[in-house]
Design a protein around this ligand. Structure first.
Ligand code: PLP
Length: 476
């Protein structure tokens, strides 16, 4: 065996799959390169990246929030404060000074758990949101929510026979991280017929099966609002889920990164699991994740987020601290992004009117695109789609004709991957096939984001493609 070959690598790494950046995304990149040449021969002018919830990606139209970028600019180069004081609103300068006093240079390592002042800001944000106390010492700032999820899964799994309950469809971070740490994904299916609701009965069934298979379930993952479904949990279901965790001694991992992406908050509000756990006075160990990548910040590349620990024993908190200190500290620029998210300008502050205008516009664009796209997709033959009340996505279901299923089999692809590849080749629209999120056998889906401008043009192209595809394979 050579010193470095596929056979010499940790076999767990070979099992990791991550569809959001998989075959479709790679092909989209190839098309993008081709399009720079005059004789590209492709039947479209641009690639539309509808595959990833990356709001500030080139080609999309979500601008960064001015408030965040101004604070970050002053933190990067404090001399700007003196060189161009007229450019920056007073509250921006005050915030940058406060942060500089605490942090010093963003080029220095910080406390491994995150800057204490920023953790205090996070705790205050959580208290305001939930009406229950939050302890800055129980908050860990992270390089995006992914880093926290990954760390905690690595700590919870005890190979070879332990697993974590994950929703299907799921965000593939969970299966990928479980595969990496030789953990077992214990799937429970969400119910599409009732807006992708979470069923206690389904989870109980999944638990029973795991006990029979000799797998020890360690934790329950809930993504609320959901990805890819956009579903929101009601408080009654949340309480039942907490009781289920109590009954089965499960840790609750609450992925709440889309908590401020709510399109119909009157009928589908968000309640955090922290609030539910505290209100019930439950002893369930809970880790809650949040991020600057989503919401209206969309600061994916800055890599900032946090997790809050509720009902976690001190000995475990110390171990978490030990593990995060191995990585020294989360990026300072990401930590500052977290501060800007949890402590935005208030009415009366100089930055407030612009901040309000920018954030309102982002919420409105997302809600209107989600509705327009869902309405139009639902009119297509063989397509049905829940109009997501939250998050950044739609997850349409495809009833494909037998001819397409046969052709996909011949091509060695799942039917939804087969569909998505042709969609990309013919229109330049890049989506993620349902295969990447896990799904029930025989069902086909794809996920597309609601972040792309020019909805009319690209939903039109999608409709035309779908009708042609259905005709080609005998579905019309
Ligand atoms: C449900 C969910 N959790 C976590 C993440 C990771 O986000 P971050 O950029 O904060 O690592 C994502 C990203 O799309 C997500 O959809």
């Amino acid at each position: 065996m050579r010193p470095l070959s596929i056979d010499s690598i940790n076999p767990a790494i070979l099992k990791v799959q991550y569809a959001v950046r998989g075959e479709l995304a790679i092909k989209a990149e190839e098309h993008r390169l081709k399009l720079t040449k005059d004789d590209h021969g492709l039947p479209f002018k641009r690639v539309i990246n509808s595959n990833i919830g990356n709001p500030q990606q080139k080609g999309l139209d979500q601008p960064p929030i001015t408030w965040t970028r101004q604070v970050c600019a002053l933190m990067e180069w404090p001399a700007l404060m003196d060189l161009a004081p007229q450019v920056f609103p007073k509250d921006v300068i005050a915030r940058a000074k406060e942060l500089q006093e605490e942090i010093g240079s963003v080029g220095a390592y910080s406390h491994s758990q995150g800057v204490p002042l920023i953790r205090k800001s996070v705790a205050h944000f959580i208290e305001e949101r939930d009406g229950y106390p939050s302890d800055p010492n129980h908050i860990f700032l992270t390089a995006g929510a992914s880093a926290g999820v990954s760390l905690l899964i690595s700590m919870l799994i005890t190979p070879p026979k332990s697993g974590i309950l994950i929703p299907i469809p799921q965000y593939p971070l969970y299966t990928a991280t479980l595969a990496q740490h030789s953990g077992i994904a214990i799937p429970y299916h969400l119910d599409e017929a009732s807006e992708w609701s979470t069923s206690l009965h389904e989870i109980e069934g999944a638990l029973e099966k795991s006990y029979k298979d000799g797998i020890e379930p360690k934790a329950l993952v809930i993504i609320n609002p959901g990805n890819p479904t956009g579903a929101l949990l009601d408080e009654h279901t949340q309480e039942e889920l907490v009781k289920l965790c109590e009954k089965h001694s499960l840790v609750l991992l609450a992925d709440e990164v889309y908590q401020s992406n709510l399109h119909r908050p009157e009928s589908h509000p968000f309640t955090s699991f922290k609030k539910i756990v505290r209100r019930m006075n439950s002893p369930v160990p809970l880790f809650s994740f949040h991020s600057i990548s989503k919401g209206v910040q969309g600061e994916c590349g800055r890599r900032g987020g946090y997790f809050e620990c509720t009902n976690i024993p001190d000995a475990i908190l110390s171990l978490i601290y030990k593990m995060v200190s191995v990585g020294l500290c989360p990026p300072l620029t990401g930590q500052i992004g977290v501060d800007c998210m949890v402590r935005p300008p208030k009415p009366g502050d100089e930055s407030y009117p612009l901040w309000k205008k920018e954030t309102d516009a982002i919420h409105a664009a997302l809600a209107s695109r989600t509705k327009t796209m869902a309405d139009r997709l639902n009119k297509l033959p063989g397509v049905s789609c829940v109009s997501s009340p939250g998050a950044l996505y739609l997850y349409p279901k495809l009833e494909l004709p037998e001819g397409a299923i046969e052709a996909a089999k011949k091509a060695g692809k799942s039917p939804d991957t087969f569909y998505a590849l042709q969609l990309l080749d013919e229109t330049g629209i890049c989506v993620v096939p349902g295969e990447g999120f896990g799904k029930k056998d025989g069902h086909n889906y794809y996920r597309l984001t609601c972040l792309c401008p020019g909805v009319e043009e690209y939903v039109g192209a999608l409709e035309q493609f779908h009708l042609n595809f259905m005709k080609k394979y005998g579905g019309l």
